[in-house]
Design a protein around this ligand. Structure first.
Ligand SMILES: [Zn+2]
Length: 662
């Protein structure tokens, strides 16, 4: 179901039709194969590799995967750094002699000298628009904010398409998430490519270029070949690989080139939208106009209406559009995807009529980012692994968002003749994303996103020793050996006049809290993938300083179901979000809260006690948890739509509508 043109596979089986087409693609393929045949993935954290070997040992008891002795030998080398064994065909990998791998790769190291007089054949090339945020920050309104994001995404694909057509499809390493990374011939000159791009809406663009030796793709940057002395061979070899070479390249400064010179602009000619550029008509600058055109084209296409043909072609390539298209197509248009002209559309029903205050939906700006993805990518040893891991994370992020939107539409947002999902994707990068949802969709979305991630990557409690029923279960069950969760910040704002770029900054601050709590709490508990989320609104954010270290405000996506059921119970027993905020004033003091409830709302004592003991059982801090509950309740209370209340769908009935598995 999922097909991204952006990430190419470098496996060349008989049936694979993306075989290298030209000289440069063959060189890349060769260099990578030479490397892959001798190397394995060495996670920088040795413990992860040890866990993997343990699994291999268990598996060996059931199937012959290369003899017990062989695994034992690798284990001894990795774990106890035993002397190198001549039988072990590791091409010098993890050898105590740091020069072993180098001398074994002599032919490869001398390849350039032997083939082309010592000249490097290959180079990395990177292209991006620097400080994307400075453009997004021009967007007080949705059309400008999302428009700039779509326009930049599209520009990167223009650059990528240019390189694909001139050099080859296989040379693109990644072109999602606002930058382009490719392997090019060292003779590559970007001048013609730059000329072909429309850079007029931007002040600057940034390029980076670095030649490398074929052997460096195999052994990492040349400076890592020597002077390791008594350093642990495992650690040494985890830094002698393709990931380290890419890291070296990506951390080098690159060159920023100017496109436009910003002269002093008379105040009456300043663009009304961005307040930065010159506006010929005194209203809107050309850049903002273009950004808006990109956004309008996106919304028209999403509504299956005619749109600017040239820009439509550009937008078709983007993953944010593919997401919308796929939800519509896969469900034979049974799901209505609703995109907005402005966030004020949330104050209206689907026919465009204003609705009363208590029926409005609130916008939620959401940003998310993979926790250890960058670190994992940097520890790969070959290009193939890099592409595979990149593809895996890209797929994981895309699929979990797709799954969550679809499930939310089908199971929750169905108070209409057909299920609806309202959202605006802003960016779907490789391992980061941002989108705007409604507060009504937030709870199921996070729950299902977490569910999707667990389906893909699995999740295990670090402390629980799993006993498998049989060999089949042992092999088929997911065995994550490290953490690859996604940290999310979600900011609900009730005043739709609030500038979107500020809401995004709030969401980023909350994402940061998720990252901290993820590191401090959840990563100590689990292996595998999960959604960690922190949610606040303009009111509760005032309490942030008090509770930001606590995990109650920041929870696992899976626990969203408890939250939903608790809100339902509270609603039914007449506890309002206002009451919750009163409890928060009691600073998480259980006894005082119970006393207050017993005195003022004695009939709801049982449910409050149950909620609080549940939160404690899940390891959550009460104060933080109550803030989260209060935040969500105040954005959902009394909300009904088309005559039906939000809470009319009890969770246990969900899933009655069966959907084919993805
Ligand atoms: Zn402007």
């Amino acid at each position: 179901m999922y097909n991204s043109e952006a990430i190419h596979n470098v496996h060349y089986g008989k049936k694979y039709n993306n075989k290298p087409q030209n000289f440069i693609e063959w060189i890349i393929a060769y260099a990578d194969k030479a490397s892959a045949s001798s190397r394995t993935f060495l996670p920088r954290n040795k413990e992860v590799f040890e866990n993997f070997l343990e699994f291999a040992e268990k598996l060996q008891e059931l199937y012959d995967i290369g003899s017990k002795e062989y695994i034992e030998e690798i284990k001894n080398k990795v774990v106890e750094n035993e002397e190198d064994s001549e039988e072990l065909r590791t091409y010098g990998l993890i050898s105590p002699d740091e020069n072993k791998a180098i001398s074994l790769a002599e032919k490869l190291i001398n390849a350039e000298k032997d083939l082309c007089g010592g000249k490097n054949l290959l180079a990395f090339y990177h292209f991006e628009i620097p400080s994307i945020k400075s453009y997004l920050n021009r967007g007080r309104e949705l059309s400008i904010y999302a428009g700039y994001s779509i326009m930049i995404d599209s520009l990167i694909h223009d650059a990528s398409d240019y390189i694909k057509s001139k050099i080859g499809k296989e040379v693109i390493i990644s072109d999602e998430g606002g930058s382009l990374l490719a392997i090019v011939p060292s003779s590559f000159n970007s001048k013609e490519m730059i000329k072909s791009l429309d850079l007029s809406p931007f002040e600057t663009y940034k390029e980076n270029f670095m030649e490398f030796k074929l052997a460096e793709a195999h052994l990492g940057p040349e400076e890592n070949w020597k002077n390791w002395r008594s350093e642990d061979p495992y650690f040494r070899d985890s830094l002698r690989g393709f990931g380290t070479l890419i890291n070296k390249f990506l951390s080098s400064p690159g060159k920023i080139n100017k496109v436009n010179n910003n002269n002093v602009i008379p105040i009456d000619k300043l663009c009304n939208k961005c307040k930065i550029n010159y506006a010929k008509d005194g209203k809107e600058c050309e850049s903002c106009k273009k950004a808006e055109l990109f956004y309008k084209t996106f919304t028209s296409m999403s509504r299956n209406k005619s749109a600017d043909p040239q820009i439509s072609e550009k937008i078709k390539r983007l993953r944010i559009y593919k997401l919308v298209e796929e939800i519509q197509e896969r469900n034979e248009e049974k799901i209505l995807v609703k995109v907005w002209d402005t966030v004020d559309d949330l104050n209206k029903d689907f026919n465009g009529n204003e609705v009363e205050l208590k029926k409005r939906r609130y916008p939620v700006v959401m940003v998310g980012d993979g926790d250890n993805f960058g670190q994992l990518k940097s520890s790969v040893t070959t290009l193939t692994q890099y592409l595979e891991i990149n593809r895996f994370f890209t797929y994981m992020t895309y699929y979990s968002i797709f799954y969550a939107l679809e499930k939310t539409a089908i199971n929750f947002y169905k108070h209409f003749s057909s299920p609806v999902i309202e959202f605006q994707p802003i960016l779907l990068g490789g391992d980061d994303f941002s989108l705007i949802l409604t507060s009504q969709e937030l709870i199921p979305f996070l729950y299902y996103m977490d569910e999707a991630l667990v389906k893909i990557g699995g999740r295990v409690d670090k402390d629980s020793q799993k006993n498998y029923a049989d060999a089949a279960e042992m092999i088929s069950s997911k065995k994550p050996y490290q953490w690859f969760g996604i940290s999310i910040g979600a900011y609900i704002y009730k005043n739709t006049a609030y500038p979107i770029f500020l809401a995004r900054e709030d969401a980023e601050e909350l994402e940061h809290i998720s990252k901290n709590v993820s590191k401090g709490v959840f990563q100590g508990k689990y292996f595998g993938s999960e959604v960690i989320v922190t949610i606040m609104d303009e009111k509760s954010k005032g309490l942030l300083e008090k509770i930001k270290e606590k995990n109650g405000i920041c929870i696992l996506g899976n626990n969203m179901r408890n939250i939903y059921e608790t809100i339902l119970k509270f609603e039914n027993s007449g506890i309002s979000s206002k009451k919750i905020l009163d409890y928060i004033k009691l600073e998480g003091d259980k006894i005082r809260i119970f006393y207050d409830v017993a005195r003022n709302n004695s009939e709801s004592l049982e449910i409050v006690m149950e909620t609080i003991s549940n939160a404690i059982r899940n390891g959550y801090d009460i104060e933080g948890y109550l803030v989260l509950l209060g935040t969500l309740m105040s954005s959902l209370e009394q909300k009904n739509f088309e005559g039906k209340e939000y809470y009319k769908t009890p969770w246990e009935n969900i899933g009655v509508i069966q959907n084919e598995s993805l």
